[in-house]
Design a protein around this ligand. Structure first.
Ligand code: C5P
Length: 399
């Protein structure tokens, strides 16, 4: 179950840090790839050498590695991990996590991680009982982090009570059930593009379109519900999402969406490209508001990058791309051509002719086309239901 899984283990300053060595051993034995990140205080309890030897990877300690200014990329570390387990999580680190503090590498990684996070508190019973600690733990849980409950027993202080870090075996069991639960996309990462793009003409005007982003947001929600960690790159919309496994990157222009999508694509297992990306942008953005004149105005337009086509070229084995097509004539043939040209694995054909389908509506009517399966027609229904069908088809491709 844990074989090949990328597990980032965060260790903080608690006496229970000695148990982390056993945890690393068990994880490596189970076939997982383990990287360890430690807070400065954790080094007082267990040496990096012990953990690098057991994990077979250098231990990550500081944001800045050495005097030459080399730094550890916490964003990449957070993207690398399938899960981030903070064990032991001291009262201090729990408080900092709950409040967004970021004064060491572990915390910076926590704030930028896109994967599921587990935390296993370890502290003295009164510290755990304290209302501040309890409030912090609640806050972390409501932000989507999974608590691995501390257990009852003798504590380092000599007192007896709740506060012992869960045993490594129990932590392993939690991770196993995380990866095996009936969420077919658990442990997977997905990228979704949604909404329109705005292409600036001058500081106050732009070329845009009527895309509401509803389809893309519904797809992101459904992917997250099925267990995936989702990066949602969205153009300007009025929509919001609160799912803890969805990270939104807000962009405005096609160039910005292109930059974000090509940056994140290598890390994901699948991409669903539902954004209505502007095909053209003004050749130049005027630095001042363009003045009204009696003469007309010509705006030279140049091509925008084709994000879908570029991701199609970057696609590696094991990655899947779903694209959309909005056609008004020869719909099926044109969609099939696009499927091939952009190296998609599935294309969702929208038909604008159907009343209630397409831009801004809450409903849609589509056909799902893949090179390997017969065309599947989905009659008019809510975008949420269409999203379920698209994610189901994607999951089947991925199986
Ligand atoms: O070529 P066309 O715009 O019809 O292709 C539609 C598909 O390509 C959609 O999935 C859309 O999100 C994507 N696309 C893109 N970048 C563009 C244009 C379209 O990702 N510049």
């Amino acid at each position: 179950m844990l074989s090949g899984k990328r597990i980032l283990l965060g260790i903080t300053g608690s006496i229970a840090a000695y148990k982390s060595a056993g945890l690393v051993r068990l994880l490596v034995k189970a076939g997982a790839e383990v990287k360890v990140v430690m807070t400065p205080a954790a080094r007082e309890f267990i040496t990096p050498l012990t953990l690098s030897t057991l994990s077979k990877n250098p231990v990550l300690l500081d944001l800045v590695k050495d005097e030459s200014g080399q730094w550890t990329n916490h964003v990449e570390l957070g993207l690398w991990a399938d899960v981030f387990v903070i064990a032991p999580a001291s009262a201090n680190t729990v408080a900092k996590m709950a409040n967004g503090l970021c004064d060491n590498l572990l915390l910076a990684t926590y704030l930028s991680a896109r994967c599921q996070i587990f935390f296993a508190p370890a502290m003295d019973l009164d510290m755990l009982k304290h209302e501040s600690t309890q409030a912090n733990i609640k806050k972390l849980i409501s932000a989507g982090n999974e608590l691995i409950n501390p257990t009852y027993g003798e504590l380092a202080s000599g007192l007896t009570g709740h506060g012992r870090m869960a045993e490594p075996e129990e932590i392993i069991d939690r991770l196993k059930s995380f990866f095996s639960a009936h969420q077919p996309l658990k442990g997977k990462k997905a990228l979704v593009t949604a909404g329109p793009t705005y292409e600036a003409i001058d500081p106050v005007r732009f070329i845009g379109n009527n895309s509401s982003g509803k389809m893309g947001f519904a797809i992101a929600e459904e992917l997250a519900k099925q267990g995936a960690a989702v990066i949602l790159i969205s153009g300007p919309t009025h929509l919001q999402t609160t799912h803890p496994r969805i990270k939104i990157i807000n962009i405005v222009s096609a160039d910005e969406m292109h930059r974000a999508a090509t940056y994140h694509f290598p890390q994901v297992d699948m991409a669903v490209l539902s954004a209505a990306v502007a095909d053209f942008k003004p050749a130049q953005k005027a630095t001042q508001k363009i003045k009204k004149t009696d003469a007309g105005l010509n705006i030279e337009l140049i091509k925008n990058p084709d994000i879908a086509a570029d991701l199609g070229k970057m696609k590696k084995e094991g990655q899947y791309i779903v694209g959309f097509a909005l056609e008004t004539e020869n719909e099926l043939a044109n969609a099939q051509k696009k499927l091939q040209a952009k190296n998609f694995d599935l294309i969702v054909l929208n038909s604008l002719k159907d009343p209630g389908a397409g831009f801004s509506h809450d409903t849609n009517q589509v056909s799902l086309i893949s090179p390997t399966h017969p065309v599947k027609e989905i009659s008019l229904r809510s975008k949420k239901e269409i999203a379920i069908e698209i994610v189901k088809a994607l999951t089947e491709l991925h199986a």
